[in-house]
Design a protein. Structure first.
Lengths: 182, 398
C-alpha cells in the first residue's frame, strides 16, 4: 500500500487533483482511495487530504499518519502546518515552490524531492494561478504506478486541453532530486 | 457488465438512485449530504433520470412532499443529515408509522451542540426507535448496493417499512474509491416493478390517517413490530439474491470477518469496520484468535443472530461512534448488552467510544482496543473507554 498526504490551500484544486489521481489508478485496474479533510471551507485556508493506492481492496477509512510521500501545493504551508510530520524514511516530497532545494528546510528522512514552480507554469499555460494539474504532472513523475496518459486524458475530460498541457508541462519540467542513495 | 469508476459516497447514492428510478425526489441540501441533492437535480435536468424533483425549503417539507407522493403508491427518495434529520422528525416518524416504504440516505454527522458539521453516527442512532429500518455501510460500494437493496426490502409487501441507508459523513460521503456500477437492466431484473398500495385517489375522496383510539393504535404497533421482525428474512433473501446476481455478499443483518474460531470479538458499525479488519489481522499475526462482527442493521436489530455469534466466545469489545446519554456507553454497546441478556449469553463486554465530531477513529486506536480485549478481565469496567487524543498514552484499567 502506498500512502500520500496532500496539503494545499482552499481554491488551489487540491481535492479535485487527488480525486483525478484516484480515478486514474482505478481506470488502470488498480485500487485507490482519497479522503479529504475539510476544516473551514474557504479560499486560502489549509486543506488536507489522504490518498491510498494498492493492488486490492483498501479497507481503512482513516487519515494517513505515516505517508510514503507528501504533496504540497503551496510552500507557505511549510511554516503554517506540520506538512512533513510522519513522513516515512526515504519518502518523497513534491513541492510547489520558486525556491531552490538548498533554501528549503526539508526533513532528514526525505529520500526524493521534486520541486517546481507550478503556480508560474499554471499562470502561463492556463491563465490562472491554480497549480493542481501541474502538480499532478510532477507527482506522476515522482510516484510509482501512475499511467500518465490515462491521467492526462482524465484531466482533459474534466478541465480541457490547457490543463492537459499544464499537466504535461509539470511532468516534463519537474526536477526529481534523489537525496539519498538507493 | 458493470462499469468500474472511482466515486465518492455521495456520488454512489446518486448513481444508485438513478438506477432505482424513483417517481418523486424532494430533498434539501445539508452538509455533508449536499452533493447528493445537486447530482440528482443535475441528472433530472440533463434527462438522465425521469424523476420529478420538487424543490423544497426545508427537510420538514421534503419528507412531507414524499409522504404525499407515497400515499399515491409512488416510489420516492430523499436524503439528509444531522440537524436536517432533527428538523424532519415529525413527518419522519409518521412516514414509518403510516407504513410508507422508501429509501432515505443519511450522510451521518454529529449532533449539535457544540456546533459541528462533522462525522458521527449520532443523528441516525438517535432516531432508531422512530419505526424505520436502518442499515449502516462500511464503504462506497456498500452504500450503492444498499440503496438498491433498500427499495427491494422496504417495498416487500410483508414489510412496507421505510429504510435509512446510513454512511459516515466525510469519511465516506467525501471519500473517493473504486466502485462497480451495475447496468440499469441488471438492477431492473433485481428490483421488482413498483407495486405499492395507493391510499389516495382524487376521484374518490377519503381521509387518510385520522385520529385513532388506543385500542386500534396498539394493533398498528403490534403489526409494525411484527413486520419489522419479518423484515429479517426479507433482508436475508434480498442479500442472497443480490450476491447471486452481482457477486457481492454483504452478510444481511450482520457481517463477519475471521469469526470461525475466534475467542475474542470486535464489534463495529459503518466505516470504523475497515480499521477493525486491519486490527484483527494484526492480532491474528500475534497468535490471538480474534474476529470481527459488523453490525449492519440497527433496525431491525439482529438480537438472536448477534447473541448466537457471541455465544461461547471469551470476550467482546464494542466500538461506538455515538453515545447513549444516560448510559456511560455508546448506542451499539447498549443494544448488544440487551441482545445478550435476552438470549442468555454471558461474556465480558468492553465498550469504546471514539470518532465523534469528525475525530479520526484511527487504526492504532482499534488495535489498542483489541489488545485490551485480549486481556479483557483486567479492563472490565461499567462505562466506556474514550478514544480521545490521550487514548494511546493512558495506562488504562488494571
Amino acid at each position: 500500500m502506498l500512502e500520500i498526504r496532500f496539503h494545499g490551500r482552499g481554491g488551489q484544486g487540491t481535492v479535485n487533483a487527488a480525486q483525478l489521481l484516484a480515478k486514474a489508478v482505478v481506470a488502470a485496474g488498480g485500487y485507490a482511495q482519497f479522503i479529504p479533510a475539510f476544516g473551514v471551507e474557504r479560499k486560502g485556508s489549509p486543506v488536507f487530504g489522504y490518498f491510498r493506492m494498492d493492488s486490492g481492496t483498501i479497507w481503512p477509512k482513516t487519515q494517513v499518519y505515516e505517508p510514503d510521500g507528501v504533496v504540497i501545493l503551496d510552500d507557505s504551508l511549510i511554516r503554517a502546518v506540520p506538512v512533513f510530520e510522519g513522513l516515512r524514511e526515504g519518502g518523497f516530497v513534491v513541492l510547489n515552490t520558486a525556491l531552490d532545494v538548498r533554501e528549503l528546510a526539508l526533513p532528514p528522512q526525505a529520500g526524493v524531492c521534486t520541486l517546481l514552480d507550478a503556480t508560474d507554469i499554471a499562470r502561463e499555460l492556463i491563465g490562472a494561478e491554480i497549480p493542481n494539474t501541474v502538480m499532478l504532472g510532477a507527482l506522476a513523475r515522482t510516484m510509482p504506478g501512475v499511467d500518465a496518459d490515462i491521467l492526462a486524458g482524465l484531466i482533459r475530460g474534466k478541465y480541457g486541453e490547457k490543463n492537459e498541457r499544464a499537466f504535461r508541462a509539470g511532468f516534463g519540467s519537474a526536477q526529481v532530486l534523489r537525496l539519498k542513495e538507493g | 457488465m458493470s462499469m468500474i469508476d472511482a466515486l465518492t459516497g455521495n456520488e454512489c447514492v446518486a448513481e444508485a438512485v438513478r438506477l432505482c428510478r424513483p417517481d418523486i425526489i424532494a430533498a434539501y441540501p445539508i452538509t455533508p449530504q449536499s452533493v447528493v441533492v445537486e447530482l440528482l437535480a443535475s441528472m433530472v435536468a440533463d434527462g438522465k433520470l425521469g424523476s420529478k424533483v420538487v424543490d423544497v425549503e426545508s427537510e420538514h417539507s421534503s419528507m412531507s412532499v414524499v409522504k404525499g407522493a407515497a400515499m399515491l403508491g409512488k416510489r420516492v427518495f430523499t436524503a439528509t443529515a444531522g440537524q436536517g434529520l432533527a428538523y424532519m422528525y415529525e413527518p419522519y416518524f409518521s412516514m414509518s408509522t403510516m407504513r410508507f416504504p422508501m429509501v432515505m440516505t443519511l450522510a451521518c454527522r454529529e449532533m449539535i451542540s457544540p456546533g459541528t458539521v462533522w462525522c458521527g453516527l449520532q443523528d441516525a442512532l438517535s432516531v432508531r426507535d422512530a419505526g424505520w429500518m436502518q442499515v449502516f455501510c462500511e464503504n462506497n460500494q456498500e452504500i450503492l448496493d444498499m440503496v438498491i437493496q433498500g427499495y427491494r426490502i422496504a417495498e416487500d409487501h410483508g414489510v412496507l417499512i421505510p429504510i435509512n441507508v446510513c454512511y459516515d459523513g466525510f469519511y465516506l460521503s467525501h471519500q473517493t474509491e473504486r466502485v462497480e456500477l451495475p447496468e440499469p437492466s441488471e438492477v431492473d431484473a433485481y428490483l421488482p416493478p413498483i407495486d405499492l398500495p395507493q391510499y389516495l385517489d382524487v376521484n374518490e375522496p377519503a381521509i387518510v390517517d385520522p385520529n385513532t383510539v388506543g385500542s386500534f393504535l396498539i394493533r398498528y404497533r403490534e403489526d409494525h413490530l411484527a413486520c419489522m421482525q419479518h423484515a429479517k428474512s426479507v433482508i436475508a433473501d434480498a442479500n442472497r439474491e443480490f450476491a447471486a446476481r452481482f457477486g457481492r455478499d454483504w452478510g444481511g443483518l450482520l457481517g463477519s470477518y475471521r469469526m470461525e474460531d475466534a475467542d475474542y470479538v470486535l464489534v463495529t458499525m459503518g466505516a470504523t469496520t475497515g480499521a477493525a479488519r486491519v486490527a484483527v489481522d494484526i492480532m491474528r499475526e500475534r497468535g490471538l484468535r480474534m474476529g470481527l462482527l459488523k453490525l449492519r442493521f440497527m433496525r431491525p436489530f439482529p438480537d438472536a443472530e448477534l447473541a448466537d455469534m457471541l455465544r461461547g466466545r471469551r470476550a467482546c469489545a464494542v466500538i461506538d461512534r455515538s453515545v447513549s446519554f444516560g448510559w456511560d456507553r455508546g448506542v451499539l454497546s447498549v443494544e448488544l448488552a440487551a441482545a445478550c441478556g435476552a438470549h442468555g449469553v454471558e461474556l465480558p463486554v468492553l465498550s469504546f467510544i471514539g470518532g465523534l465530531g469528525g475525530l479520526d477513529l484511527r487504526t492504532e486506536y482499534v488495535v489498542r482496543a483489541a489488545e485490551m480485549l485480549a486481556d479483557a478481565p483486567a479492563y472490565l469496567k461499567d462505562g466506556a473507554y474514550w478514544m480521545n487524543e490521550d487514548f494511546l498514552g493512558e495506562e488504562l484499567g488494571k
